[in-house]
Design a protein around this ligand. Sequence first.
Ligand code: NAD
Length: 358
Amino acid sequence: MTHRVVLIPGDGIGPEVATATRLVLDATGVDVAWEERPAGAAALESHGALLPETTLEAIRECRTAIKGPITTPVGEGYRSVNVALRQGLDLFAAVRPARSLPGVRTRHHDVDLVVVRENTEDLYRGIEFARGTPEAMALRGELHDLGGFEIPEDAGITLKPISVSGARRIVRFAFEYVRANRRRKVTVGHKANVMRYSDGIFLETARMDAAHYPDVVWEDVHIDTLSARLVRSPQDFDVLLLPNLYGDILSDLCAGLVGGLGLIPGANIGWEYAVFEPVHGSAPDIAGKGIANPIAMILSGSMMLRHLGELRAADAVDRAVDEVLGRGRVRTADLGGRASTLEMGEELANEVASADVA
Ligand code: NAD
């Protein structure tokens, strides 16, 4: 069966890690019809938009995409392409596994965590009012009238909506994920004691829906306590279920626990579409040098293969990463080696090709 997949190379190190990823995924022998589409700075030049409608259309048609990181230009009027993709395709769940890899020196061992992050609500919903604008002034007035709240005149305002419907679908997603992937526990991170009506809804929804999953152990932990416990003993945790902002922060923390951003894959999943991407950004400091670690995007590719039902191929990619890192001969600079992005990709592709995938 041929799988049609949209490939968005992205900006900065994106095209470099995307080339290596394609090498490795093609080496599995899975029949992928790649449809390359632009987004980000390259698209702004060629199409006059950071996220051209034709790119979105292609994803709607193929249903599956894999993308490199995208630079959000700093300045008025630019909206993050990643946020636009998540909202435009209703990709409400972000899944970011972080596990200890062989041969990667880290403070902790035997870490095997998965961050499940709500992707569409919370402080990242994009409801913002700039300081001093008539809208911000009007909102200040409303808030004063409604609850006597005094907001300083020189404040910018960002709103944090969390709904029962938004929380319910991510809670169910996380509990189903635990069942489907034979994991053991869900830890809900929140600050419901302070943000009673937003985080409170997240926690209350988790509590109600957890009752439908008596076979899954769950707990709730305040986000500050959770951060401290994660850096002390990450082995105590399994699946972390988090609202949008905390999920963003803790997934980078989890990346740090297992060796850095160059190793952490990600998936953005909705009812209809799925977009896979590394957690890292476009790394302008090393872009164009050919030294970026492609493993984060390659492992995002293995998540994609699993999503497409190509389980043996996905396992072969995961095993190849373990083998190559374990041998330690070919490593990129972030792991203390001298290999280029392409050399790493070729080594992994050879390892995959030598495995009996079919
Ligand atoms: P970054 O992840 O690009 O870089 C942080 C540090 O990690 C840098 O020192 C970088 O060299 C290193 N690093 C990242 N990926 C690496 C890899 N694969 N191999 C080796 N080292 C790697 O974060 P940033 O500098 O905060 O962001 C740069 C740009 O990327 C910004 O424009 C930001 O908006 C964007 N960004 C995009 C995404 C995305 O598209 N999903 C995610 C995060 C940031």
